[in-house]
Structure formats: C-alpha cells, structure tokens
Design a protein around this ligand. Structure first.
Ligand code: B16
Ligand code: MG
Length: 211
C-alpha cells in the first residue's frame, strides 16, 4: 500500500458546509455594507475564522478595532451554527460514506485535518461522530492553513510520518499546507488550481483506486 493513513479536510471534502459559511459571511457583509461574492468566498476555504474576516474587511473602507472584529467573528459563527442545525446524516453522500468504508477496509488509518473549530459538531450531525481514528482541527492549532500544523498534528495523532500520509483537500491553502509539511496531496475542486497537488481528483470515489 502506498500510504498508511489518509488525512481528510472536512469542509468541502467530507461535507458541504462551505455553502453555510458563505451564507453566514454574506449576512454579516450585507449588514456592514461590504461587497462579498463567491470569488472572495473561495479565498476563505481552509482559512481560519479570524483570517477569513480580515479578507472580507479588505473591501471595507473602515478601520475596526480588535473588539469589533471579535464581535463580527462571533456574530458570523452564531449564524453559521444556526445553519448547521439543518444538517443530518443525509448531508453525508453515499459516495463519501462508501469510499470511507472501502478505505477503512483496506486497513488505512483515517483522520481529519480541518481548520474548523466546529469540526466535532459537524461530524456528529452527519453521523461520523465516532468514525475517524483521530481529529486534528481548529481547536488544537495556533497557525491555520497554509501552515502545515493541522496536518502535522493529525499525523502525530495517528502515529505516522508525513511521507506515509495522504492529505485530501478542496482548498489551495490546504494543498500548500500539505506541501510545506512534506505530505502528498489529493486535490478536489478549487484545490486543483494549485500546481503542486500530487493528484487531481474528479470525485471523492477516485481515492479508493489511488491508495
Ligand atoms: P470555523 P476546513 C475551514 O474548514 C473552512 O473551509 C473555512 O472556510 C473556515 O473559515 C474554517 O474552517 C474555520 O471554521 O469558523 O468553523 O472555526 O476546510 O479546514 O475543514
Ligand atoms: Mg476545505
């Protein structure tokens, strides 16, 4: 087998919380009178909540204090968490679930490497609360993607070297993080724009043939 473990990004790979992030940021941006669109939203993929806010505020003419920024980030998170309440096991696609089962049956260790502080809430909502061997997320890191910290911690948690782990990502920042950490990577969606992805996938199910 080529790899001993697979580290999955969450938002945009395992499930599609990206549309809820978009709606929640859009609501805040509209309230503040700041222009925001899908293209700007793509720059937020894999990026932490506070760094995402800074990207949104680039279009604002105002200088906000740190206190105001904290309140904006909290406001967005409250909207986002409200939207997450709609999620159920039906938000986990058959393709993702059956591919995960195939990878597990091959004996691979399966971990999450996500920037989100809401990772555990989301996994339990979609019925994967106890599925992964290890979870590395926004609650155990100080630097978010493109820094490799979240993946390095995931590899440590499963007890494997980066060279023996494959990272699966939908964000360019995530592929960059994988490269910097010494991991091979498989890109989905927007992440395929990054020139250094090891593999470009047309769909999640292709993973089963790769490893
Ligand atoms: P939270 P991932 C990332 O998840 C999202 O792609 C990014 O848009 C979000 O800002 C970040 O999580 C932080 O999320 O506000 O829930 O802590 O793609 O790394 O799984
Ligand atoms: Mg992602």
């Amino acid at each position: 087998m080529k790899y001993r473990a697979i580290i999955f990004d969450l938002d945009g790979v395992i499930c599609f919380t990206d549309r809820y992030h978009y709606q929640a940021w859009k609501k805040l941006a509209d309230r503040l009178g700041i222009y925001f669109d899908e293209e700007i939203n793509n720059r937020l993929r894999g990026v932490s909540r506070m760094e995402s806010l800074e990207i949104i505020l680039e279009r604002s003419g105002k200088n906000y204090s740190q206190e105001e920024k904290n309140a904006f980030a909290e406001e967005k998170n409250e909207t986002y968490r409200e939207l997450l309440k709609q999620m159920t096991a039906e938000d986990l696609s058959d393709e993702v679930k059956s591919t995960l089962d195939t990878l597990r049956a091959k004996g691979l260790k399966l971990a999450i490497g996500s920037s989100s502080k809401n990772t555990r809430t989301i996994l339990s909502r979609i019925g994967l609360g106890d599925f992964f061997d290890e979870i590395s997320d926004g609650t155990n890191i100080t630097n978010s993607k493109p820094d490799p910290e979240v993946f390095i911690k995931a590899a440590q948690f499963v007890g494997e070297e980066p060279k023996d782990c494959l990272v699966v990502e939908d964000a360019e920042a995530g592929i960059e993080a994988a490269c910097r950490g010494g991991f091979d990577s498989a890109a989905l969606g927007e992440a395929k724009r990054h020139p250094n992805a090891t593999y470009c996938l047309n769909g999640f199910a292709e993973l089963a043939e790769l490893v």
